[in-house]
Design a protein. Structure first.
Lengths: 485, 478, 98
């Protein structure tokens, strides 16, 4: 196997044994990038020179015996994380030339752990999308079928991990933007509990829903990355001062006797039959591992998408007001006055989907409509949260499909925004309730497209999720394939 | 038809914290543009606010000092609008859930005391500064001021005249300064006032249409603007017209209010709870702790001075103009035991020296102990009142104690009857004409003799003694 | 009868609030799309929310404070480094037309 195909823990074994160096690993990854990036287009900005320099420093540290949690491992960053001195675009024309003067907290943590940063990956503009088709910088392709989307909005990060263009990556998840692309690209993706990972330096989309999480090749790597990025940050008011356990401790423990809730509302008409079949196989696999599956009900499931598409755009419409051409970013030319500058800048700087959501959000908050839309949606959100609180009194983990379909074709849903929104149907609820979720590969379609299964747990139960996912992984023994690039 | 003005005032006070409300940048006034900014207050992508605890404490102090009820929980909201001095495109404020409500302060006017209600007090962040270019169609933005903490104090529409409004503002101002939470500088913008004004037929309850007045940057301008606006509205109504609900700017030079015709109709601020901030919960223990830190407020202090020191209301007012001055005065009283005399000296000479030298009482070279000592020396007769003037000037100039100065200048009052008698005899001897005039009934000539004796003794003789002896001796007693 | 949730005039008003401008064709398309989306949200009216508190935060936290301590600011050059237009040490914008 090539170095770029290995996982973090496999590479760490080799580094420890002196069988390889960070320089070699990084060269292998960039070699792979050179070979396939023109087809996959996972990256917006490659950081080759700095990566190679970081790899050298990592090797020096390793030789001295100073090994951090990620020393020498090439990791990619969704272009939504502010990286000091390195262009950060959020997939948008309006930040096309923005160079942050500071690092996001998670970036600081990765650096402190010795990671090598390979570059900034492509994403739906301002994280608004489920296919990575709305980026100003072009469409990322699913490595498993270049005619198909990788999922979104963290499509670049998911594709990069799947294609071997990095060993692991960070993404963000507001309505499923880590879990759905993870499922569609055949990798592991986790959305932690809201407040578990610092949002400082994450370009905000919907503040009460955004979370940061890892894309990895297996569950053990997920635990490794979670150990690095989780933790309280005093720079974020909504960061929760909850102690971070060593997530690796949860690996390899069994799930004998665990109660697994299967929500009937999630097995609806409209799920691709191959997806359903794969998820049912996953149910049998966990039963085989000793877990007990049972029906649960999440009665307000049907309202999740509607709630999300009021709350998220409302918050986004406010979060994106700062992009006004005054202090940073794109500004239109030839403005006769301030009003024209605002309108031309924002109309030319934002893409259609972003504008659509800003419009929805502005409308939902506007005078006369606030109670009917935003307040109402916030109340239903409370009920959705309550559904999960109650469900978790009867089960330890909830199991669902991650996405109703495998990767769809590029352009297939772009004319029907509502259809696109409905593809988030299984992932949105976790963001609304603030609970953690993980998507793990559970099979392939006939045509070789990856399928993912999602596990959900209660607040701050990431350890439990890792334990469950690790047991599932071991028991299901899903064939580890490589995309034919 | 007689109309009654109905006025409500909104005051924004900048708080004297070291750092801004949601980030660690300095709040110091007057720095070079954009040198007190960071990614957070610049509203850069990805940044988040964290509330400065001291802002909450300062807000609580004002709330307690104005008899407000402090709510157990309050939240922050976003007020969304576009303007270049508002980097995030929204201001973080508190809309639906203010931390303090239903307070009041007492205002004195022409001997009357009136209570003006305070509807609410809340915390929010200040915006930056927009500087318009005179020649070119551009504006420049300095974001130093974004994020400086403000409290907004909204009064009930209880105010009924421009005079009352000014009295209310002055009272609010002195409380803020006494609490040391605001420096109250209207020119620098740390104390700002907007007004809502409407008229209604006297004796009725329903509110008339109100206008909002802005751009009044001094107490005097507030008074003038309100007087003008009341007259203007009266004129409109008496002419059968309707007052338009609008914002009007006070034009200081022209002495009028202008309608602020903007392209926007009413602003739709789309308030919603800020998801980046969490509730502030204030329990009784915290309230008690802050209550204990409150100083005696100006009104109470003034009343106590009048009561305990038996000084006139006016004097109490002067002496409590600042906490530092009041403390100084009380130190002198404590050390001298002479509140009335101390009041004369502090209000008179001390303040005069300070004004001339443009100094603050905290920099006064005359220590309270020195002033108290000087008062004692006068009481004892060691120095005369006139000599004391010289001593006090020297104390101010050099900071030395009165004993030192008296010793150095040899200023000891002559109280020796014998020596004084001798001097008086000499003076009378030198002025036979005036003696004759006095004995002839011209009583005014007495002053001449007093003056001559003073001169002969270089002002060191005890005036009372001079008086007594002169009377006796001019009358012909030996 | 087709339900209309938003018409072209409202779209224009909302666009102005958001400082966006659309061409005629874009306005038509947006109006139709927004209508579909808003109609979908009518679903929420099916839910009985009497007495339910609105949820703004999924995780309850309170009293997240910072100390009143000055921390070094960015140098002005860094604050202005990304400015589309700057003059002296200020951001520069076209004037507001009164």
């Amino acid at each position: 196997m090539e170095l770029y195909e290995l996982s973090i823990h496999e590479l760490q074994d080799k580094l420890r044994e002196g069988e390889t160096t960070s320089a070699e690993i990084t060269a292998s990854v960039f070699g792979r990038i050179d070979a396939v990036e023109k087809d996959v287009r996972a990256y917006i900005t490659l950081m080759r020179e700095t990566a190679l320099a970081e790899a050298e420093r990592a090797d020096l540290a390793i030789r001295k015996g100073e090994r951090g949690a990620l020393t020498g491992i090439p990791v990619a960053l969704k272009d939504i994380f502010c990286t000091k001195g390195v262009r950060t675009t959020c997939g948008s024309r309006i930040l096309n030339n923005f160079i942050p003067p500071y690092d996001a907290t998670v970036v600081e943590k990765l650096r402190a752990a010795g990671a090598v940063c390979t570059g900034k990956t492509n994403m739906d503009e301002f994280a608004m999308g489920s296919s990575t088709e709305t980026s100003f910088f072009g469409v990322t392709r699913n490595p498993w079928d270049l005619e198909r989307i990788p999922g979104g909005s963290s499509g670049g990060s998911a594709a990069a991990v799947a294609a071997g263009e990095c060993i692991a990556a960070l993404g963000s998840d507001t309505g499923g933007s880590i879990r759905q692309p993870a499922a569609l690209c055949g990798v592991v993706g986790m959305k932690p509990t809201y407040g578990r990972v610092s949002r400082f330096g994450l370009i905000a989309f919907a503040s009460s829903l955004d979370q940061i999480g890892p894309f990895t090749k297996d569950v053990e790597d997920c635990a490794i990355l979670m150990n690095v990025i989780a933790g309280y940050d005093p720079r974020e008011s909504t960061s929760v001062p909850e102690a971070v356990p060593d997530y690796r401790r949860f690996l390899g423990l069994g799930i004998e006797g665990w109660r697994v809730g299967i929500p009937k509302e999630y097995f609806i008409a409209g799920i691709d039959p191959e997806v359903e079949a794969a998820v049912r196989r996953a149910i049998r696999a966990v039963e085989g591992a000793g877990a007990k599956c049972m029906d649960v009900s999440l009665p307000h499931t049907d309202y999740c998408v509607a709630v999300y598409y009021v709350v998220a755009p409302a918050e986004a419409s406010s979060n994106l007001a700062r992009y006004d051409g005054v202090k940073y970013g794109f500004r239109s030319e030839g403005n006769r006055d301030l009003l024209e500058m605002y309108k031309k800048t924002r109309s030319a700087g934002f893409g259609a989907e972003v504008k659509r959501r800003i419009m929805i959000g502005t409308y939902a908050l506007s005078s006369g409509y606030y109670d009917a839309y935003y307040r109402k949606a916030s109340q239903v959100r409370g009920l959705i949260k309550r559904d999960f609180d109650e469900a978790f009194t009867t089960c330890d983990v909830i199991l669902t499909p991650t996405s109703p379909t495998p990767a769809f074709r590029i352009g297939e849903k772009t004319d029907d925004p509502l259809q696109m929104y409905l593809s988030d149907i299984f992932t949105i609820s976790a963001n609304l309730a603030g609970i953690p979720g993980i998507s793990v590969p559970c099979g392939y379609t006939e045509s070789g497209l990856p399928i993912g299964v999602q596990f959900l747990a209660g607040h701050f139960q990431e350890g439990r999720l890792i334990q469950f996912a690790s047991a599932y992984e071991k028991h299901a023994k899903i064939e580890r394939r490589s995309p034919a690039l | 038809m007689e109309y009654e003005p109905v006025i409500g005032l909104e005051v924004h006070a900048q708080l004297l914290t070291d750092a801004k409300i949601f980030c660690g940048c300095s709040t110091k006034f007057g720095a070079a543009p954009n040198t007190h900014t960071c990614p957070v207050c610049l509203g850069m992508p990805g940044v988040l606010p964290v509330l400065n605890k001291k802002v909450v404490e300062f807000m609580m102090k004002m709330a307690l000092a104005t008899n407000c009820r402090i709510n157990r929980e309050c939240n922050f909201a976003r007020k969304n609008y576009f303007y270049p001095d508002l980097p995030k495109g929204y201001q973080i404020s508190q809309y639906a859930s203010p931390p303090a409500e239903h307070g009041w302060i007492e205002v004195e006017l022409n001997g009357w005391k009136k209570r003006i209600g305070i509807t609410r007090i809340h915390m929010e962040e200040d915006a930056g500064k927009l500087l318009h270019d005179e020649l070119n169609p551009v504006s420049r933005v300095d974001l130093n001021r974004t994020g400086v903490p403000l409290i907004e104090i909204v009064s009930e529409p209880d105010i009924r005249s421009a005079e009352e409004a000014t009295a209310y503002l002055r009272r609010l101002h002195e409380i803020l300064v006494y609490l040391e939470i605001c420096d109250g500088n209207m020119e620098e913008g740390s104390f700002r006032c907007d007004a809502n004004v409407s008229l209604r037929p006297a004796g009725t309850e329903a509110f008339g249409t109100r206008t909002e007045l802005k751009n009044m940057n001094s107490f005097r301008n507030v008074q003038r603007a309100l007087e003008y606006e009341i007259k203007r509205q009266q004129y409109v109504l008496e002419g059968g017209g309707q007052v338009i609900q609008e914002t009007r700017l006070w034009d200081d030079t022209a002495g009028v209010t202008h309608s602020m015709r903007s392209k926007e109709d009413a602003h739709d601020y789309r308030y919603f709870p800020d998801p980046d901030l969490v509730p502030v919960v204030i329990d009784d223990a915290w309230i008690d702790a802050v209550q204990k830190t409150l100083p005696e407020l100006p009104l109470e202090k003034r009343e106590r001075f009048v009561r305990d020191y038996q000084i006139p209301v006016y004097d109490a007012g002067v002496l409590t103009a600042s906490r530092a001055l009041a403390d100084y005065y009380e130190d002198v009283v404590r050390l001298s035991g002479q509140p009335k005399i101390a009041s004369n000296w502090v209000m008179g000479d001390v303040l005069r020296f300070l004004n001339e030298g443009k100094r603050d009482i905290r920099e006064c070279p005359i220590a309270p102990a020195s002033l108290a000592e000087m008062i004692r020396l006068i009481q004892e007769g060691t120095i005369s009142g006139k000599m004391a003037k010289e001593v006090s000037e020297e104390m101010y100039r050099s900071g030395k104690t009165p004993q030192t100065i008296i010793a150095e200048k040899g200023l000891v009052q002559i109280t020796d009857e014998g020596a004084l008698t001798k001097t008086i005899v000499e003076v009378i001897g030198k002025n036979p004409e005036q003696l004759a005039q006095y004995r002839g009934g011209k009583e005014k000539v007495f002053g001449f003799f007093v003056g001559q004796v003073m001169k002969a003794t270089q002002g060191k003789a005890n005036p009372q003694l001079i008086n007594d002896l002169l009377k006796k001796m001019l009358a012909g007693d030996k | 009868m087709e339900k209309i949730r938003i018409n072209k005039e409202e779209v224009a008003y909302v666009a102005h609030l958001a400082r966006l401008s659309f061409s005629e064709g874009e306005t038509e398309k947006f109006t139709a799309q927004l209508n579909d989306i808003l109609l979908y949200m009518d679903k929420l009216n099916e839910v009985d929310t009497t007495g339910v508190e609105p949820v703004t935060h999924a995780i309850a936290r309170e009293n997240a404070f910072r100390e009143d301590r000055v921390v070094a600011s960015l140098p002005a050059e860094a604050s202005l480094a990304n400015a589309p237009e700057a003059r002296g040490s200020c951001f520069q914008v076209p004037k507001v037309i009164e």
